[in-house]
Design a protein around this ligand. Structure first.
Ligand SMILES: [Zn+2]
Length: 237
């Protein structure tokens, strides 16, 4: 086989490699995964916001509960002294009863605050649970996609390895300067550096070459490197 025919075989493998790499980059599951990962990030932001708001309410609830406990303790203390029999002076007893009354009114206010914070907390708990549920469902879908992508990628990588090996074998006898000329053309001509000349037409740009040009090509030897005068690709005839 001539060196130029070898070059066409290299071109076939290179085109196959390009297609496989493109398939690898554009797997539909990858696009879907990217979409889901964006949604997961957005959900995490929302969850953090709701969680902050809920934490603030929880701290408020805790403060009220602590205050309530301290009032209960004071009430207990006054109650014990009041009924212990150790205090007998009527004025002192009266003052203690007044104290008790004011403590109980304060307790009632604080109990209301505890209830309010519990009511504030409930919708935030519900919202957070809903967001967490959505996150879990999406994360499961993301994990399935990651596994599917890994399987698909492994299959394409295997095909790529085969193509690259065949490409190396096909390029073994091609002179270095011709190969680098081909690579330069491939880089600027959409991945195609060598094209067959079929019935006077370049199969790279699909244009028919002028008769004078075809004459010139025919007169050249089989291994003379000829470029298409329309697109500049190496013509194989
Ligand atoms: Zn051409």
């Amino acid at each position: 086989m001539s060196v130029l025919e070898d070059l066409l075989v290299v071109q076939d493998h290179d085109s196959a490699v390009d297609r496989l790499r493109h398939r690898l980059e554009t797997l539909p599951d990858k696009a879907r995964l990217a979409e889901i990962e964006q949604q997961l990030t957005a959900l995490e932001t929302s969850m953090a916001g709701v969680s902050d708001r809920r934490d603030e309410v929880v701290r408020r609830q805790q403060r009220h509960e602590d205050e309530l406990a301290s009032i209960e303790a004071k009430i207990g203390e006054v109650d014990r002294r009041l009924y212990s029999g150790t205090v007998s002076a009527p004025r002192e007893l009266q003052a203690m009863e007044a104290d008790l009354g004011s403590l109980k009114r304060h307790r009632s206010d604080v109990e209301d605050h505890v209830l309010e914070t519990m009511q504030d907390r409930e919708p935030l708990d519900t919202e957070l649970a809903g967001l967490e549920q959505q996150w879990t469902t999406l994360e499961q879908e993301a994990e399935q996609l990651r596994q599917a992508i890994a399987v698909q990628s492994a299959a394409i990588e295997a095909e790529l390895a085969t193509e690259l090996e065949a490409r190396t074998a096909a390029a073994a006898d091609i002179p270095e300067d011709l190969l680098s000329q081909y690579e330069r053309l491939r880089a600027t001509q959409g991945g195609v550096g060598a094209a067959r000349l079929v019935s006077g037409r370049c199969s790279g740009c699909h244009l028919t070459l002028p008769a004078t040009e075809l004459d010139r090509i025919r007169r050249g030897g089989a291994d003379t490197v000829v470029l298409c005068d329309q697109c500049g690709r190496i013509l194989v005839r």
